[in-house]
Design a protein around this ligand. Structure first.
Ligand SMILES: Cc1ncc(COP(=O)(O)O)c(C=O)c1O
Length: 398
């Protein structure tokens, strides 16, 4: 008997992806300085980071991290439920619950793990999980790992979501959606989804990785902006690695939810707790994100300036009022060429290609941040104008 060799098969798949010119490329960054980064000896003005509020390098976060590291050391030493849960974690969970208007919050090491943990704790094999087609990969993976019946409705189509929910009414059901869609930047129809879930007795879960810090009066996110309570959205997940400039994630909700996750979410139970110093830095980030309104105001001014300039240039910008401002280019090679041309001019905006986005919907995922100044936005617009993107036949509606 001869088994097919797994590594050989992987090599063939990698070669095929390379041949299709869809291979992913790793870039090493040597230094960050505000919106600039240094890579391969070049200084580039970056429009691809998720550090939407410009907090990742804030000296107060760095000081909080250093001070906590001096007190607690580096690693947490074990999982939360053994002896890794430090007072820095507890304080951060309390602050996150208060900010999001939820009873409790529970930390996870990454957003990916948080979503896997929630799905696996809530759903039993064969139960229904309805999701937006453009949800982040880890929500989709989470449902599959839980053995749920995954049904994906066309993007933001509440009527289609209703049909999918109504197709199976006997079992429990979870409807999960991104709050802000990571590759498109638009916001889910959260109010409509919440009333659908209420009328269909389904549980609504929102992944607000890209909304927290950016949307809502004090940055509490897309769910808060829509005035949705814990009853409307019983499961709220968000990350600490984007607008908060740190790393990690949390789930917020009722005591029933958090107690249950503590018992049954395997990606919470069987892993080392995040470093306590990181929790201390994230707590500092929460305080700043809530109180420094100027960060959101500056970000929003940049978004307006960019969209106004892009409209004047006739650029194929997607409809978005968040920090994610994708330029739809359609063809993967076109997106790659545009990204390379920008890089030659000292700007970094990465091309997002299939399979991360659907075929024919390759794009430049441009992200804006409170770290950008007006002159940076103008520089980006000037560079985009030189690409003559309006002459590109976009492969999808813009
Ligand atoms: C919507 C969404 N959810 C979850 C994640 C995963 O979060 P993390 O990077 O903390 O694993 C991301 C991005 O990374 C995301 O965009």
């Amino acid at each position: 008997m001869q088994r097919p060799d797994l590594l050989e098969r992987l090599a063939v798949q990698t070669a095929e992806r390379t041949q299709a010119r869809l291979q992913r490329r790793l870039r090493t960054v040597d230094a960050y300085d505000g919106p600039y980064l240094e890579s391969n000896g070049r200084r580039l003005l970056a429009f691809c980071s998720n550090d939407y509020l410009g907090l990742a390098q804030d000296p107060r976060l760095i000081a909080a991290l250093k001070q906590a590291a001096d007190e607690t050391g580096v690693g947490s030493g074990s999982a939360h439920l053994i002896c890794g849960h430090r007072r820095q974690h507890a304080a951060l969970e309390e602050a996150l619950a208060e900010w999001t208007g939820r009873e409790r919050a529970l930390l996870f090491s990454t957003g990916y793990m948080a979503n896997l943990g929630v799905m696996q704790a809530l759903l039993k094999r064969g139960e229904l999980c309805v999701q937006d087609k453009l949800n982040h990969a880890c929500l989709l993976d989470g449902a599959q790992l839980a053995g749920a019946v995954l049904k994906r409705y066309p993007h933001a189509d509440v009527a289609a979501a209703a049909r999918q929910l109504c197709s199976e009414t006997d079992d429990s059901a979870l409807l999960a959606t991104d709050g802000v869609f990571s590759m498109d930047g638009d916001i889910a129809p959260l109010r409509e989804l919440a009333s659908l879930c209420a009328s269909e007795y389904a549980c609504l879960m929102v992944d607000d990785a890209h909304g927290l810090g950016v949307l809502g009066h004090d940055g509490a996110g897309s769910v808060a902006e829509d005035g949705l309570t814990e009853q409307d959205v019983p499961v709220l997940m968000a990350t600490l690695g984007k607008a908060l400039g740190c790393s990690g994630a949390f789930v917020a909700g009722s005591t029933t939810l958090i107690d249950g996750l503590t018992q049954f979410a395997r990606s919470y139970i069987y892993t080392t707790a995040m470093p306590p110093a990181l929790a201390a830095a994230a707590l500092c980030a929460v305080t700043l994100a809530r109180s420094e309104h100027w960060r959101r105001e500056k970000l929003n001014a940049s978004i307006r300036r960019f969209r106004h300039g892009a409209a004047q240039l006739g650029l194929p910008l997607m409809p978005s009022r968040t920090a994610i401002q994708p330029l739809m280019l359609g063809d993967a090679q076109r997106a790659l060429d545009a990204s390379c041309t920008l890089e030659a001019q000292g700007l970094l905006a990465v091309a997002i290609r299939p399979p991360t986005v659907p075929q024919g919907q390759a794009r430049l995922r441009i992200t804006l941040s409170a770290a950008h100044e007006e002159a940076h936005i103008d520089q980006l617009l000037e560079a985009l104008a030189s690409l003559r993107l309006e002459t590109f036949p976009a492969g999808a509606p813009v």
